[in-house]
Design a protein around this ligand. Structure first.
Ligand code: MEV
Length: 451
């Protein structure tokens, strides 16, 4: 790599110009890298333009595997769930968990609430009691002033459902909020909420300027910012599975009975509730499923993650998002998770595969998709904890990872067949695979040596 130079006007360069600058400044083999970047462009230039327009300074596309999990039954309906994820064994694990529960009543899910939150943060140095007394009028004014933005959403059954004045001065001098609650129907609603909030802040400013009883207080108000909150604890879904303990079957090739499995599973959940290190990894397993479906359906997985982790710490201590009980011989395992997602707007219809994902799911409403995503997260979590308390995760994980190792070591088709068969009943590790491959290559017949 050459010493990086400051570039000006980069965003104004054409895509080819950007690539040229990039490869000439950061790579020793510019032609090869330029060819490689272009090789990942979409075949159809019209479609590529859609991708280019999603972001800025786009030079190529970054591929991730797009897989599907068939047989996920939720509330008696069968889904084939699309997942975008690079980690070996995540899709296989979700598929195995779906199949496991298919024979035991499937997954159940319900929507608990669908409220989203936004805030106008402001300083008020004037008399709070005056503002408080005027608040019913301010509220009406905000509803009126934002009506042109909210009218479509209101027609669809959504809009602003509540506006509160929150006094935060016990934490910060002069700090108040307009805390607004929204219903955004089938859209995630980020743009709708942010536009409404910005209009609400202008409305508040105009009210203070114009209200006769507030004359002279214009300078007492400073709008700090207006933005949605990604913490949506009241946009909540629950997914669960349950069955009698003795219907759980046996595990680890018959070496573990159902009662031992249920006991260990329940204990693993208790650990994830009391130990923050385990809780983080446990929840990461849940998000393996959740993020993958969010990505495949064109939803904002960063928003979902940040909300989920805040929710996991809602009692002041970070803990597991899922829970389990064994009561009266019944094993029950569930997940409560806030999911602010959409099935219209945003990338959902612009990204060609996000559109297909939604079609594959039967073009669900946002509420139905919340249930699908939560059930997939729970399936993922079940599969991970099941492995952890029985065989350990490495057995399955390394089997799936074997192909990555073989690709890394540039194994030929024939070598792949021989290696897969050799490791069928053996522990997979990078060293073991490399050593076996070296052995093959050193002793191989001339035919095998030709890659
Ligand atoms: C790996 O991506 C996820 C797990 O570590 C989750 C867990 O430990 O529960 C397997």
């Amino acid at each position: 790599m050459k010493k990086p130079t400051i570039v000006s006007g980069f965003s104004k360069l054409s895509k080819r110009g950007k690539i040229r600058w990039l490869v000439e400044n950061f790579f020793t083999n510019p032609e090869e890298v330029a060819r490689e970047l272009k090789s990942f462009w979409y075949g159809d230039p019209q479609k590529q333009k859609i991708f280019d327009d999603f972001s800025e300074n786009t030079v190529s596309n970054f591929y991730l595997p797009y897989g599907v999990v068939p047989n996920l039954e939720i509330n008696g309906k069968l889904y084939c769930v699309p997942m975008v994820i690079e980690e070996s064994s995540v899709v296989a694990a979700a598929s195995a968990a779906s199949k496991f529960w298919l024979k035991r009543g499937g997954f159940k899910a319900e929507i608990i609430a669908t409220h989203k939150i936004g805030q106008v943060h402001f300083d008020w140095k004037g008399d709070y009691t005056k503002l408080h007394a005027l608040f019913p009028i301010i509220k009406k004014r905000i509803h009126d002033d934002t009506a042109h933005i909210t009218s479509n959403m209101r027609e669809r059954g959504g809009g602003i459902s509540n506006i509160e004045l929150v006094d935060m001065t016990h934490l910060e001098d002069n700090y108040y909020q307009l805390k607004m609650t929204f219903e955004t129907c089938d859209s995630m609603g980020a743009n709708f909420i942010n536009s409404t909030l910005e209009e609400a802040s202008r409305s508040l400013r105009a009210f203070v300027n114009e209200e006769p009883t507030l004359v002279g207080t214009e300078k007492e108000l400073t709008i700090i910012m207006a933005i949605l909150s990604n913490y949506t604890p009241e946009c909540l879904v629950r997914a669960w599975v349950e069955c009698p303990v003795d219907e759980l079957g046996t595990f680890d090739n018959g070496n573990m009975d159902s009662a031992t499995f249920a006991y260990k599973f329940d204990k693993a959940l208790k650990i994830a509730h009391i130990d923050v290190h385990r809780a983080t990894t446990h929840n990461k397993g849940i998000f393996n499923g959740i993020d993958a479906v969010a990505l495949a359906t064109g939803n904002d997985f960063r928003a979902i993650e940040s909300c989920g982790h805040t929710y996991a710490a809602r009692d002041g201590k970070y803990k597991s998002l899922s829970s389990a009980t064994i009561e009266n011989g019944i094993f029950k395992f569930w997940l409560d998770i806030p999911l602010a997602i959409g099935t219209v707007g945003g990338l959902t219809s612009l990204h060609p595969l996000a559109k297909r994902s939604l079609e594959m799911l039967g073009n669900p409403s946002a509420e139905e998709l919340m249930m699908v995503i939560a059930a997939t997260g729970l399936a993922q979590n079940f599969a991970a904890v099941r492995s952890l308390v029985t065989t350990g995760i490495q057995q399955g994980h390394m089997k799936m990872h074997l192909m990555n190792i073989l690709n890394h070591l540039e194994a030929s088709e024939k070598e792949v067949i021989l290696v897969l068969s050799h490791f069928k009943d053996k522990l997979v590790s990078f060293t073991a695979v490399r050593d076996f491959l070296n052995l093959l290559r050193n002793n191989a017949s001339p035919e095998l040596k030709m890659k």
